[in-house]
Design a protein around this ligand. Structure first.
Ligand code: ADP
Ligand code: MG
Length: 256
């Protein structure tokens, strides 16, 4: 049996609105292997964040089952690490206090929590800023604090919802390279939402595309690049072909 980090079996999800029942997922199957880096792309409103809410347990499927590490997981809150699109750092807490939050919530004493954060500061490019407040940091740094906090939640499955979409182009590429290096060392499973086709190709083993709502299945692309990767690998002809394919799929879906 494959080691699956996450599996959806026949999952349907709908919600009630004034227009009646709205369906986002219908008999939906999907799985992610342990240690995989998988991206999800799709236009706004296609259901990407809803998929994440189902994984985290903030929403429950109307029908079907969700498995984490091959076990049926009916209560999933706290079992997966979730990094929302905006960093959600507390402005009145220092970087150290923000990063240590999940450990304090788990019941660690402040001093123990701070020690655990301290050993990771260097890897996260945050050495020396631990006493500063979020507004004193650049956007890239704040995202790294947020990522550190997600990692300290202790989960091996991480959901990242468009974490780099608000960064300028150069910071974004630097953060992508940094994230890949962290992922390769730490062996987490990452599920990554993005609007950015280049970002998805650079980072992922596989890319899933929301093409229809309600979604019965997601279109899937396997990225044919070995690792470690360099940004210029994106210029390889087979990748340029995939880029065209992805843009065509997404264009069909967007209504202007
Ligand atoms: P995406 O993240 O791809 O932009 P979402 O998953 O956030 O899309 O949302 C898909 C659509 O479903 C949106 O139009 C959203 O407003 C709607 N939606 C999802 N869940 C609910 C809910 N529980 N109640 C009302 N509307 C919802
Ligand atoms: Mg969203």
């Amino acid at each position: 049996m494959n080691n699956l980090a996450l599996q959806f079996k026949n999952v349907s999800f709908h919600y009630e609105s004034e227009k009646g029942k709205q369906s986002i997922l219908q008999d939906f199957d999907f799985h992610i292997n342990e240690g995989e880096f998988v991206s999800i792309i799709g236009p706004s409103g296609s259901g990407k964040s809803t998929l994440f809410k189902l994984v985290t347990g903030l929403e429950q499927p109307t029908e079907g089952e969700i498995f984490l590490r091959n076990k049926l997981a009916t209560k999933r809150l706290g079992q997966v690490g979730y990094m929302p699109q905006h960093d959600l750092l507390f402005p009145w807490r220092t970087i150290m206090e923000n990063a240590a939050l999940p450990l304090e919530i788990k019941g660690l004493k402040k001093q123990e929590a701070y020690e655990k954060v301290s050993v990771l500061l260097d890897d996260f490019g945050l050495l020396g800023v631990e006493k500063k407040f979020p507004h004193e940091l650049s956007g890239g740094m704040r995202q790294r604090v947020s990522f550190l906090r997600t990692i300290l939640s202790g989960s091996k499955v991480l959901l990242l919802d468009e974490p780099f979409s608000a960064l300028d182009a150069i910071t974004k590429v630097t953060m992508q390279e940094w994230l890949l290096a962290q992922w390769q060392r730490r062996k987490e499973t990452i599920l990554f939402i993005t609007h950015d086709v280049n970002e998805a190709l650079f980072l992922s083993d596989r890319i899933f595309i929301f093409t229809d709502t309600p979604a019965r299945r997601l279109e899937e692309v396997i990225v044919p690049l070995s690792r470690p990767r360099k940004l210029k690998d994106l210029n390889e002809p087979k990748i340029l072909e995939q880029k065209d394919f992805l843009y065509d799929l997404l264009r069909k879906k967007v209504k202007i």
